[in-house]
Design a protein around this ligand. Structure first.
Ligand code: HEM
Length: 149
C-alpha cells in the first residue's frame, strides 16, 4: 500500500506545480498588464487549491499511517530530530507544506472578496506566489522525479 500512496503523492506533485505555475503566471500577467479577471484565472486558482487539498490528504495518510520514515521517527523522536533526513520528513516538509496550503486558502478567500479586478490580481499574485514558492522549495527534489515500481 505504501508504494501506491507514495507514487500518488509523487505524481500529484507535478499537478500541484503545474496548476500553481499557471495560476501565478496568470496572476502576475493580470496585475502588471491591468487585465480583467476571467474564468481562466478563476479556474486555475480553483485547480491549484483543489490539487493542494488532495495532496494534503495523501501526504497526511503517508505521514500518519504508511511512511516507514515517519513511523520509525514517532518511535524515537529524540533520535529522529538528530537525523537530518528523518527530521526533514517528520517536521520540515510537512510543516512548510501545511503552512503553504494555508496561505493558498487564505489567498483564495482574499481573492474572492477583492473589490476590483486590480485588487484581485494583486492578492492572487502575492498569496499564490508565496504558496507556490514555498511548495517548490520544499519538494524533496533528491527523490525520484516519477514513481518507480
Ligand atoms: C503541496 C504539498 C506537497 C508536495 C508537493 C509534496 C511532495 C512530496 C514528494 C515529491 C515526495 C517524495 C515522493 C517519492 O519519493 O516518490 C514527498 C514525500 C513525503 N511527503 Fe510530501 N508533499 C506535499 C505535502 C505533504 C504533506 C502536507 C505531508 C504530511 C502531512 C507530506 C508528507 C510526506 C511524507 C511523510 C513523505 C515521505 C514518505 C516516505 O518516503 O516514507 N507531504 N512529498
Amino acid at each position: 500500500m505504501f508504494t501506491y500512496v507514495l507514487a500518488l503523492h509523487n505524481v500529484l506533485r507535478w499537478l500541484v506545480l503545474l496548476a500553481g505555475a499557471v495560476t501565478v503566471v496568470l496572476a502576475w500577467r493580470g496585475w502588471l498588464g491591468r487585465r480583467s479577471w476571467t474564468g481562466a484565472e478563476r479556474g486555475a486558482a480553483r485547480a491549484f487549491v483543489a490539487m493542494l487539498d488532495f495532496q494534503f490528504a495523501v501526504g497526511l495518510a503517508l505521514y500518519l499511517f504508511y511512511s516507514p520514515i515517519t513511523r520509525s521517527g514517532f518511535g524515537d523522536m529524540g533520535a529522529a530530530m538528530r537525523d537530518a533526513p528523518v527530521r526533514y520528513f517528520l517536521v520540515e516538509h510537512p510543516v512548510i507544506m501545511v503552512a503553504a496550503i494555508a496561505v493558498a486558502h487564505v489567498g483564495s478567500v482574499k481573492v474572492r472578496r477583492a473589490a476590483s479586478d486590480a485588487e484581485r490580481f494583486q492578492r492572487a499574485a502575492i498569496w499564490f506566489g508565496l504558496a507556490f514558492a514555498a511548495i517548490a522549495g520544499f519538494v524533496p527534489w533528491a527523490r525520484p522525479m516519477l514513481p518507480s515500481f
